[in-house]
Design a binder for this molecule. Structure first.
Ligand SMILES: O=C(O)/C=C/c1cccc(O)c1O
Ligand SMILES: [Fe+2]
Length: 313
């Protein structure tokens, strides 16, 4: 077994807003560093830690964690749609191992995933089917949230399972860091939004999806112009998180409560759960070292945007 990690923020706004040329060039350089990293590592498989934004997981039944034995990308915001290449036997063995270690999780025989799960594969490979991939969903937008200690334990169990395998495994984490895009929320939902959050009514109509996406694109433009009402990014919180992840000792994160995360870093800051799980998986196999680290708060993307790569030390 050998492991490598790429953790990156995602933003569906990447292809829907204009960035200043210097920011765009800097971000493209970060993506290129990550592409070179994965090319050199040349993984056999990917274990992909991703959130969802009420496209595959709804309040009718919202698990904290879920492993997909089979999965399909819905193609929101123009992301690549279609089935992922999920190695079913490996996904099942992983789920059984993690459950056996006392970490409760759901499994899905037909997981629906959105931009939050697939954007890193698009950035790294230009194709979401470029590698066999086991999707690991972590609820990151729908309160109530499981404590970060459980996220760490999930990651550690996955890392221990991977240590029993012969394959070269790329751990991908997708999401965060601080951010508060206008994803509908149960606490403030209109009756129609509540029905959508429950998953009633099936997939959104093309018009409803276009309206939902346009609302986020408009919010991003207003946020960049300084006129949006969404919560500001929290660069100091982001940098502290990156520091803890790079330190190799994730235990200080156990004291971060979901309420405090939301208050300080926004409703979608919980997407950093994917980073914590992926880093915990890498750490379960031994000490690691961050190879590359990029960070910039990018209001046009509504994201404290981070990208790191890491390898066993
Ligand atoms: O509209 C959505 O479903 C999500 C939008 C979004 C915007 C910015 C950063 C993110 O991580 C997002 O998921
Ligand atoms: Fe997201």
């Amino acid at each position: 077994m050998s492991l490598a990690l790429v953790a990156t923020s995602h933003s569906p706004l990447l292809h829907h807003v204009e960035l200043a040329p210097d920011v765009s060039a800097e971000l493209e350089n970060a993506f290129e560093q990550a592409r070179t990293f994965v090319r050199e590592f040349d993984p056999d498989i990917v274990v992909n830690f991703g959130p969802d934004h009420y496209n595959g997981f709804f309040y009718r039944l919202m698990p904290p964690f879920c492993i997909g034995y089979s999965a399909e990308s819905i193609g929101d915001y123009g992301s690549q749609a279609g089935r992922l290449d999920v190695p079913e036997e490996l996904a099942r063995e992983l789920a059984e191992y993690v459950l056996d270690k006392g970490i409760d999780l759901a499994v899905s025989l037909d997981m629906q995933v959105d931009h939050g799960a697939v954007q890193p594969m698009e950035i790294l490979y230009g194709d979401i089917t470029a590698k066999p991939l086991v999707p690991v969903f972590l609820n990151s937008v729908a309160p109530p949230f499981t404590p970060l200690s459980r996220v760490r334990l999930l990651g550690e169990a996955i890392g221990r399972f991977l240590a029993t395998r012969d394959e070269k495994v790329l751990l991908i984490a997708s999401g965060g860091l601080s951010h508060d895009p206008p994803v509908p929320r149960l606490a403030t939902a209109t009756p129609d939004q509540r029905s959508m959050l429950l998953g009633d009514g099936g997939p959104l109509s093309p018009d409803a999806r276009a309206a939902r996406q346009q609302r986020v694109i408009d919010a991003a433009r207003e946020f960049a112009a300084g006129t949006a009402t969404i919560q500001d990014l929290a660069p100091e919180w982001d940098k502290e998180l990156l520091r803890i992840l790079a330190s190799g000792d994730l235990s200080p994160l156990d004291a971060w409560t979901p309420e405090e995360m939301t208050r300080t870093a926004g409703n979608s800051s919980h997407e950093v759960r994917t980073w914590i799980a992926a880093y915990a998986a890498l750490g379960a196999a031994g000490p690691y070292a961050v190879q590359y680290s990029y960070y910039r708060p990018i209001r046009e993307l509504i994201a404290g945007f981070g990208l790191t790569t890491a390898l066993p030390a």
